[in-house]
Design a binder for this molecule. Structure first.
Ligand SMILES: *[C@@H]1O[C@H](CO)[C@@H](O)[C@H](O)[C@H]1NC(C)=O
Ligand SMILES: *[C@@H]1O[C@H](CO)[C@@H](O)[C@H](O)[C@H]1NC(C)=O
Length: 329
């Protein structure tokens, strides 16, 4: 049975927020940003010298990212989530709509020279259907996608496999079951207000629907920053000075704690400063991170605060990658 929530709204910059309530409980145990370059998987063990735009620092920078992803995954598992809301920019995606997957399992490999790195995870199809119906009823551009009867294993690629490879390793180490997921595929078309609204609405559903409030939820956003960092002739993308500027704003946003005092500055950094140039930055992470921004905004509005744990930012080859998290305080 689907019970549609009525999102009674107060306004803040024209976008809907739930009125403050004292009967709600924060169901989120942490928010994580994972990059997904294959070079983070085994930088100490494999020869990457054929990677596009590889230079003498690439290995060292990749090792730092690898270690950061391992630490972030350990931290995530330590918070014992039973659900991961997972966002990916180039798994299943549509031009304008956010795709929520409704299938029991996904499986895939890291691809290229990383095809022996694999990951699989289960989708919580009941929660995915509830989230879809609530988001759709609140006028978000969402769709629920399935194949056959819904029991098929659907493929995942590097942007999903790489974060989940680290999460699965951390879970195995801690002898903790791999959490099931709600899979959100971000659209190609970037609608900043739409992403922020979607994030806010996801948090509302998680705070108001009993099926979610009884869970401990971690949020994982897979995404990389600008791909325009390198002049190397074998870089697959052109060089642009905007790369540094865009990534600087995203890093500065990621380093901010989230509370009433930083609400305005963090919004300005991601929505205006980075948002104003995202179209020329060649990123793949901005969609998921803007959705995440909206999710946390909604929680800050209920007076819950989150501390930023910034692990690292590196450009080992031609694209920027950062590892960051926010944990409740
Ligand atoms: C994949 O193969 C490489 C070397 O060929 C090795 O270093 C790495 O550990 C392997 N990874 C897994 C997950 O087996
Ligand atoms: C790339 O080339 C441009 C133009 O020559 C130069 O201004 C810039 O500093 C170079 N950037 C990098 C990252 O090497």
């Amino acid at each position: 049975m689907i019970v549609f929530l009525v999102f009674t709204s107060t306004s803040n910059n024209g976008l809907p927020l739930l009125p403050k309530r004292t009967d709600l409980r924060n169901t989120f145990v942490g928010f994580y940003v994972f990059p997904h370059g294959g070079i983070t998987l085994d930088p100490a063990g494999m020869d990457y010298s054929e990677e596009p735009a590889f230079s003498k620092d690439s290995q060292q920078k990749s090792i730092q990212l690898h270690d950061a992803m391992q630490q972030a995954a350990d931290e995530l598992i330590k918070s014992k989530p039973d659900l991961i809301i997972f966002s990916t920019p180039h798994g299943f995606h549509l031009m304008d709509n956010h795709v929520i997957l409704s299938t029991s399992t996904v499986y895939g490999t890291g691809g290229w020279i990383w095809s022996n790195f694999t990951a699989e995870f289960d989708i919580d199809t009941e929660l995915s259907a509830i989230l879809y119906a609530e988001l759709k009823a609140a006028d978000n551009n969402v769709d629920l996608m399935s194949l056959g009867g819904g029991g098929e294993t659907l493929p995942i690629l590097w942007a999903e496999v790489i974060p989940w490879y680290f999460i699965r390793e951390a879970a195995a180490k801690a002898n903790f079951p791999v959490p099931s997921a709600v899979y959100i595929g971000q659209p190609s078309h970037v609608n900043i207000d739409g992403l922020r609204d979607l994030g806010r609405d996801i948090s509302k559903v998680a705070l108001l629907r009993e099926e979610f409030t009884t869970k401990k939820i971690a949020v994982v956003i897979s995404g990389d920053l600008s791909h325009y960092h390198s002049n190397d002739t074998n870089s697959p993308y052109p060089y642009s000075p905007i790369s540094k500027v865009f990534d600087k704003h995203m890093v500065s946003w990621a380093k901010m704690d989230r509370n009433a005092e930083t609400a305005e500055a963090s919004s300005k950094e991601i929505l205006e400063n980075a948002g104003g140039i995202q179209g020329q930055a060649g990123h793949c992470g901005y969609t998921g991170l803007t959705m995440l921004h909206g999710m946390i905004e909604e929680l800050v509005h209920q007076d819950w605060n989150f501390k930023s744990h910034f692990y690292t930012y590196q450009t080992p080859t031609y694209f920027g990658m950062m590892v960051a998290s926010w944990l409740p305080v």
